[in-house]
Design a protein around this ligand. Structure first.
Ligand code: AMP
Length: 203
């Protein structure tokens, strides 16, 4: 199973992709996590990405395409993967098509978490308050200023991917404003339908 989770920052991609990775025993490939790990390890990629990420802007396509390509070749990704936060631009989506073709892999579906973008700022605010209450440290880009830049990057550069995947017949949309369990159930329903249609449901 190879999936993409698509949606704006704060839509719940991380939560849902983690759950799908556990459920289908596939790898969760989060470019954001990979970049944060590169920053912690002070690698050249991390040094290039650090300031860009703190502002909320997108890291250049060649950087993320490089790390995702390498990561797909690792053993735990062979059984499948769920892409969380990649692709984020049309250039990345086209690069992904090329990568999959080169590796002889097929994309099973793209799940769009549909959310009310005006409510996302409130969501991020309450996420911040919860984290602070638990004594956790927020990400450097989880603040209202960077969040606005992240949302603008989504609207300008990532949103066109919805039409890109719709035109390929790959897009499945679910209501991302529902509670976590309802969103999970909606995703499962969509995927079960796909698996039956594809003829590889195992009951
Ligand atoms: P995320 O953890 O997915 O919210 O990503 C955090 C930040 O990492 C983003 O705001 C970008 O700066 C950077 N990033 C993550 N994935 C990508 C990507 N596919 N393309 C460009 N930048 C990315």
């Amino acid at each position: 199973m190879r999936l993409i989770l698509l949606g704006p920052p704060g839509a719940g991609k991380g939560t849902q992709s983690q759950r799908l990775a556990d459920k289908y025993r596939i790898a969760q490939l989060s470019t954001g996590d990979m970049l944060r790990a590169a920053i912690s390890a002070k690698t050249p990629v991390g040094q290039r990405a650090k300031g860009i990420m703190a502002r909320g802007d997108l890291v250049p396509d060649d950087v993320v395409v490089g790390i995702i390509s390498d990561r797909m070749d690792e053993a735990d990704a062979r059984a499948g993967f769920v892409l969380d936060g990649f692709p984020r631009t049309l250039g990345q989506a086209q690069a992904l098509d090329r990568l999959l073709a080169e590796k002889g892999l097929k994309l099973d579906g793209v799940i769009e978490l549909k959310v009310d973008e005006d409510k996302l700022l409130q969501r991020i605010d309450s996420r911040l308050r919860d984290m602070t209450a638990r004594g956790e440290t927020a990400r450097p880009d989880d603040n209202p200023d960077a969040f606005k830049v992240r949302l603008a990057a989504y609207r300008e550069q990532t949103k066109p991917l919805i039409d890109y995947y719709r035109s390929k017949g790959k897009l499945r949309s679910v209501d991302g404003m529902a509670g976590i369990r309802d969103v999970s159930r909606a995703i499962d329903t969509v995927l079960d339908r796909e698996r039956v249609d594809a003829g590889y449901a195992d009951g």
